[in-house]
Design a protein around this ligand. Structure first.
Ligand code: CO
Length: 134
């Protein structure tokens, strides 16, 4: 069921500083910042060739990463995203196995314009998992 690693998302308090560190210190290829108001974040994409890193900074009120940054003021790994071929089939298998899908269980359109679901971190070693249909 589980496919490739799509991205690792890192919540950051200062997107410009984090992007500069990846570009200038680590020598990575970083995108321009993109505001995604419908997702409550501004994001910088880092292309690693075989996968991506996404640096996320809160945008607006009620950002989904605001509480995380309150607990982790220096930033930190927020979630990891795996690809699946059919997200509803994946959801049904997971819920049948007792895993908790966040929200109402219906896939939402994620930051890449594709259906996504999030799984409860307590069910997966303390890691928030995003599934993206590709
Ligand atoms: Co993501």
């Amino acid at each position: 069921m589980l496919g490739r690693l799509n991205h690792v998302a890192i919540a950051v308090p200062d997107l410009a500083a984090a992007a500069a560190a990846y570009r200038d210190v680590l020598g990575a290829r970083v995108s321009r910042p993109q505001a995604l108001p419908e997702h409550g974040v501004t994001v910088v994409f880092i292309d690693l060739g075989n996968s991506k890193i996404e640096l996320l900074e809160p945008l607006g009120e009620n950002s989904p990463i605001a509480a995380f940054l309150e607990r982790n003021p220096a930033g930190g790994m927020h979630h990891i995203c795996y690809e699946v071929a059919d997200i509803r089939t994946a959801r049904d298998r997971l819920t049948a196995a007792g895993a908790r899908v966040l929200g109402d269980g219906d896939p939402k359109i994620g930051a890449h314009g594709k259906p996504v679901l999030f799984l409860h971190p307590k069910d997966f070693s303390g890691t928030l998992i995003e599934l993206e249909e590709v």
